[in-house]
Design a protein around this ligand. Structure first.
Ligand code: NAD
Ligand code: MLT
Length: 528
């Protein structure tokens, strides 16, 4: 059998050698097709390889009735409709490691060019202006570099910055004080980073939580004169807020490789002399392009040869019999992980998953993977999937314990998940109710009954008359409709919990108002 493989974005010719030398593949290297031509032709292909230009939409995936695998030569899969690919059983593989070094080096190049105004000086010289006094820079030595996001690339940047004799302070939800010390950097919160850094570089994925991580409010809190670098993803920085912060003099320079909309042309930011920019070149080196191309091509060949792929981004198929038994619990398992991580503060050290009831007759690792995926995806986004969830947790030093009992704890099936952080242990338990779907039935020692969907507010308060009324009036004042409500307490007049589902997201301002009502000590919002 011959497999037809379409490569629709520019890719290193050396990198695709593994495919060229394989006997059973036919490669079409076509980077010039319009989206319409792609839609028309995609039905002929068994595999598609892209970088970030080709938009692999649901429409394209639905037309691709022969497609079995999509290879993303790079890290971010934001240009691929992952839900559509997973729904239609198409495996997506990426190349998460191949461009780490290049992206880190590009960040350092931007940092140095920014601090010494090299692009601006070069432009002046090209325009026959010998201007020395306009281009006085600053040294990096002894300056503080704030790194937000210390995954593969952030860590490499931190390591290199130490080589420049910079002091590095970093924040990542998976970074503990001990790990930071081992890396020779200071551990800080985002606030600490904003407060003390002379240069701030972001290295997170673009997620719900990292969208506009550096916004107006953040720029109000930075040290005057700070310089900003983004070689991760457009959208992590609010470009309008950055523009205003530069014009006001609060931020004195920015180096940008990625933008909210690409190509990024004719934007007012580009007209500012304090801004230097490159057109998404972080991974554009001979080596990175070769590495990522080799990685995806090898995975595609592995897949066609019936072997396990190394970098799957979505779920591979499970044995049909097992799938039928455990699939109904998938949503519950993932939501329990997702719910619990939003309740938890601090770095997760241990997770304990307990299964009770008839459910334990099945092989449960697919459910544990779902739970860990639900938990990790808050910070790792689309990188995390059922295949790599346990590995990624282990790599972050999180211990996972699993136990099972036939004993029914009031429900025919019950999944209990606990997370340990330095701040303590938080627990959530859920069950699958026949015909009604997943339910969260316990939060810590409180009994509740809530569907893990929509906008949820979890409040801890003192059991006093009037608290619920004041809370209800406040939400009503903000036009927030309460859909469901659960209350439980430890004892009369003691600690109590309220769990509401509401019809829209509530922001930090309303949370502050709730906390100022008195008797409400802690508020968490979870948008599921
Ligand atoms: P990674 O998954 O290894 O690391 C990302 C880190 O961000 C994780 O450790 C995660 O815990 C952390 N994080 C998530 N939410 C956070 C938050 N709110 N605050 C602080 N940290 C948070 O990814 P990576 O390979 O290091 O890639 C980092 C980024 O660089 C991605 O956005 C990727 O797409 C991008 N990238 C860009 C280029 C380029 O050409 N410019 C090249 C490669 C990668
Ligand atoms: C990536 O996510 O790997 C990068 O943005 C690099 C790229 O695709 O060019």
């Amino acid at each position: 059998m011959t497999y037809n493989i379409l490569i629709s974005d520019p890719l290193s010719e050396d990198g695709i050698r593994p495919l060229r030398t394989a006997s059973d593949v036919n490669i079409v290297f076509q980077t010039k097709w319009s989206p319409e031509e792609l839609l028309e032709n995609i039905v002929n292909f068994d595999a598609l390889i892209v970088r970030s230009q080709t938009q692999v939409t649901r429409e394209l995936i639905e037309k691709a009735t022969n497609l079995k695998i999509i290879g993303r030569a790079g890290v971010g899969v934001d240009n691929i409709d992952m839900d559509a690919a997973t729904e239609l059983g198409i495996i997506v593989v990426n190349a998460p490691n191949g461009n780490t070094n290049s992206a880190a080096e590009h960040t350092m190049a931007m940092l140095m060019a920014l601090s010494r105004k090299i692009p601006q000086a070069y432009l002046a010289l090209k325009n026959e202006k010998w201007e020395r006094k306009n281009f006085i820079g600053v040294e990096l030595k002894n300056k503080v570099l704030g790194v937000i996001g210390l995954g593969r690339i952030g860590r490499e940047v931190a390591y290199r910055a130490r080589g420049q004799r910079m002091n590095v302070i970093g924040y990542d939800p998976f970074l503990t004080k001990e790990k930071a010390e081992n890396m020779g950097i200071e551990y800080g919160t985002v606030d600490d980073v904003l407060r003390v850094a002379d240069f701030i570089t972001v290295h997170t994925p673009l997620l719900k939580e990292t969208k506009h991580l550096l916004n107006r409010e953040a720029f109000n809190r930075v040290k005057k004169g700070v310089q900003i670098i983004n070689c991760a993803r457009g959208g992590i920085i609010d470009e309008d807020a950055l523009y205003d912060a530069i014009v006001s003099g609060k931020v004195t320079g920015a180096a940008l490789d990625v933008f909210e909309e690409e190509p990024f042309l004719n934007h007012p930011l580009l007209a500012l002399p304090e801004v230097i920019a490159t057109p998404h070149l972080g991974a554009s080196t001979v080596e990175a392009q070769e590495n990522v191309a080799i990685d995806v091509c090898q995975d595609i060949l592995r897949f066609f040869n019936g072997r396990t792929v190394r970098n799957p981004v979505n779920m591979p198929s499970l044995d049909n019999e097992l799938l039928q038994k455990v699939e109904p619990y998938f949503l519950l398992a993932e939501k329990l992980g997702e719910f619990l991580i939003y309740l938890t503060d601090g770095v997760v050290e241990e997770i304990t998953i307990s299964y009770a009831g008839d459910i334990i007759k099945n092989e449960l690792s697919p459910l544990s993977r779902k739970i860990i995926k639900g938990m990790l995806k808050r910070h790792l986004g689309t990188h995390v999937n059922e295949v790599n969830a346990l590995f990624l947790a282990e790599k972050r030093g999180i211990q996972i314990h699993e136990n099972k009992t036939y004993k029914k704890k009031g429900f025919s099936n019950l999944i209990t998940v606990s997370m340990k952080t330095k701040g303590g242990i938080r627990t959530v338990a859920g069950t699958l109710l026949s015909g009604l779907g997943p339910r969260i039935v316990k939060v810590d020692h409180y009994r509740v009954d809530i569907t893990p969907a929509g906008h949820i507010i979890v409040m801890h308060h003192t059991d006093q008359p009037g608290v619920i009324g004041r809370m209800g009036s406040l939400l009503a004042k903000h036009d927030i409709n309460i859909a469901t409500m659960q209350v439980d307490r430890s004892d009369i007049g003691g600690d109590a919990i309220m769990m509401l589902t509401v019809d829209k997201h509530i922001g930090s301002k309303i949370i502050e108002e709730l906390l100022s009502l008195g008797d409400i000590h802690h508020v968490r919002t979870i948008d599921m």
